[in-house]
Design a protein around this ligand. Sequence first.
Ligand code: HEC
Length: 100
Amino acid sequence: MKQLAALIALAVPLYAVPAHASPELAAKSKCMTCHQVDKKVLGPSFKEISAKYKGQKGAEAMLTDGMLKGVKGKWGKIPMPPQKIAPADAQTLAKWILSL
Ligand code: HEC
């Protein structure tokens, strides 16, 4: 029984984030100045990014890292500057983008 309780405790945080939290987080984090979900703006659309990396090993960590450190030369001539967001938020956003 104790083991079951521990399993439930571990599983709960995975479902604690409401599904609409990430678009709001993206807007709040000013990602939408340069990105849209399904249209290229300054940066590639989040759906294009998802299509390119979905299912690849380490994609989530790579995108998280890119947001925090900046990315250049992958999609075009315009680089993405490092984003001033918490690493946990960056990871949430990477997960969301890859789920699109
Ligand atoms: C100043 C404009 C700008 C802002 C703000 C911005 N981005 Fe970007 N982003 C870009 C550009 C431009 C690229 C393409 C860079 C390249 O070609 O390497 C990009 C690329 C990306 C990529 C793809 C990285 C890769 O490895 O291919 C992800 C993921 C991403 N952005 C997420 C975000 C998120 C999440 C935010 C908000 C926290 C954000 N961006 C804010 C301009 C921006």
